[in-house]
Design a protein around this ligand. Structure first.
Ligand code: BES
Ligand code: ZN
Ligand code: ZN
Length: 512
């Protein structure tokens, strides 16, 4: 799909579908482009809307033919909901709803305007950025594994061109900048989705490390990455052993696929801050010897969604070149119950010397993150943020549509919450409630990897991570819920991996 912003009157565009918007509760008389269309159709738009009882409820659409009275073959009216609820995320969802309406109408060429411009101070840049994201994110399909029989499905949609019209050249220029930003962010998000959707057979620890190398290949020098440099360090199991990453290594011992550590660095000259992002990278979580029930295992290819978010972020960073030093760290392992697997009852020693009693090999994420967080802390960044599909308990607490946020630093939590609000990647802060540290006290080691059955499992998992970070301001995002969806909850998220975190982190870095 090509997407563009044109300095033209929307009614002058020859297209299959022209989409105009309508807020709820503003009466049946059209305004803006809707009014122009209505005039050209001798009031038919108003008449149709009244007859249909169209109320302008958010996402509601109504399509009718123009019989050649305007250049568009058909008009769609889309409900923008109540004006007081309008914001960037509404614009994003409207972009997605427009795509859905166009798909239903089999439209190849779609024209629309920048909806809700100026309402509640949503400016041209933000509107175009959000709408473009909505369009591109809803257009995503994962077809890499369809055989030849389903090749006709490889076409994501029938939309070939999508244009947003704006007659004011200054507004159009700002909108174009927003659109370009969204193209980068949507492409990075869809890349992360691809990584997560790829089955574990094709996304082993080594494959994940190869992806990091591919991102860097061809653009590692300062000139190629603007003023910055982009480098990747890949460490095999031997090197990980030298670096004392024995906690992560023990998780990987039951698999035929060796663990591998990845450290991406983006370092622009004169960076004002240094941020480390750590991702959980379990390429398949069978539970290990504490084997998962078959049904719980079915989607466990997604257990590297944290690392996918890190890779997606670096794909965006390579284009956007922010003035921040960013380190991306993940220790890729597969959690399998092979003959050499780590066992319940084992004690393993993490990179910082802390001993961990393993009581459930399915609580492997925190064990791998222990070493990853130690590694990140050794880089002495200003902030550490980790993303991990860490606990089923977080999904029980918050559902599939939001991540759990934990932070030792209120300012950092606020910044991430603000960024999430802007990008529509919902999160909710949960407490690092110190008394629950009791839950992870071990009788024989420094800490144990399970909490108290049925009691705040997502909090005890977060508390487990804390001592490996030390004093550095830190935030932990439990993304077990929103990384993957089987039932559509947002129009911009089709079935499967969501790419949660990529845009959120990019926005956080942009606003630093
Ligand atoms: N990868 C899972 C968590 C998960 C669950 C991610 C559902 C995505 C969707 C994690 O490794 C795990 O198995 N956690 C256990 C911890 C328990 C054994 C203490 C859990 O949540 O049940
Ligand atoms: Zn597990
Ligand atoms: Zn896991």
């Amino acid at each position: 799909m090509t997407i563009d912003i044109l300095q033209k009157d929307a009614t002058s565009i020859a297209c299959d579908l022209l989409v105009v918007g309508r807020f709820e509760g503003v009466g049946s008389r059209a305004s803006g482009v809707g009014a122009d269309v209505d005039k050209a159709l001798n009031g038919a738009l108003t008449q149709f809307i009244e007859q249909d009882g169209f109320e302008g409820k958010f996402g509601q659409t109504f399509v009718f033919p123009t019989f050649g009275n305007v250049k568009a073959k058909r008009i769609a009216v889309i409900g923008l909901g109540e004006k007081k609820s309008w914001n960037a995320d509404a614009a994003r969802k409207i972009g997605a709803h427009v795509v859905k309406a166009a798909e239903r109408a089999n439209a190849a060429k779609v024209a629309t305007v920048l909806h809700g411009l100026g309402i509640n101070n949503v400016d041209a840049y933000t509107t175009a950025e959000a709408m473009t994201e909505g369009v591109l994110l809803s257009d995503y399909r994962f077809h890499a594994f369809h055989g030849t029989k389903r090749s006709e499905e490889k076409k994501p949609t029938r939309i070939a061109t999508f244009v947003m019209c704006e007659t004011d050249s200054r507004i159009g220029k700002r909108a174009k900048d927003g659109m370009k930003m969204a193209e980068v962010l949507a492409s990075a998000t869809c890349y992360a989705r691809d990584l997560v959707n790829t089955p574990s057979s094709h996304m082993t620890p080594k494959d994940l490390a190869e992806e990091a190398k591919k991102l860097v290949a061809g653009r590692s020098s300062r000139r190629e990455v603007g003023m910055g440099s982009l480098v990747v360090k890949v460490m095999d199991a031997k090197e990980m052993e030298k670096k004392k990453m024995n906690a992560a290594l023990s998780v990987g011992r039951g698999s035929q696929h060796e663990p591998v550590a990845v450290h991406l660095t983006y370092a622009p000259r004169g960076a004002k801050k240094k941020i480390a992002i750590v991702g959980k990278a379990v390429t398949f979580d069978s539970g290990g010897l504490s084997l998962k029930p078959a049904d719980s295992m079915m989607t466990m290819k997604i257990d590297m969604a944290g690392a996918a978010a890190v890779l997606g972020l670096f794909k965006a960073i390579a284009e956007l070149k922010p003035n921040v030093e960013v380190h991306g760290v993940f220790l890729a392992v597969e959690n399998m119950p092979g003959g050499n697997a780590y066992r319940p009852g084992d004690v393993v020693t993490a990179k910082n010397g802390m001993t961990i009693e393993i009581l459930n090999t399915d609580a492997e994420g925190r064990v791998t993150l222990a070493d990853a967080l130690c590694y990140a802390a050794d880089l002495k960044p200003d902030v550490i943020i980790d993303l991990a599909t860490l606990t089923g308990a977080c999904v029980v607490a918050l559902g599939e549509d939001m991540a759990g946020l934990f932070s030792s630093n209120d300012k950092l939590a606020q910044k991430l919450t603000n960024a999430a609000h802007e990008t529509g990647e919902e999160l909710w802060q949960l407490p690092l409630f110190a008394p629950y540290e009791e839950h992870i006290k071990s009788k024989i080691a420094d800490i144990k990897n399970t909490g108290q059955r049925g009691s705040a499992g997502t909090i005890s998992a977060a508390l487990f991570l804390k001592p490996f970070v030390g004093d550095i301001p830190w935030a932990h995002l439990d993304i077990a819920g929103p990384s993957y969806i089987e039932r559509e909850s947002r129009p911009d998220q089709p079935y499967g991996a969501t790419g949660y975190g990529v845009r959120l982190l990019a926005k956080y870095l942009e606003r630093l």
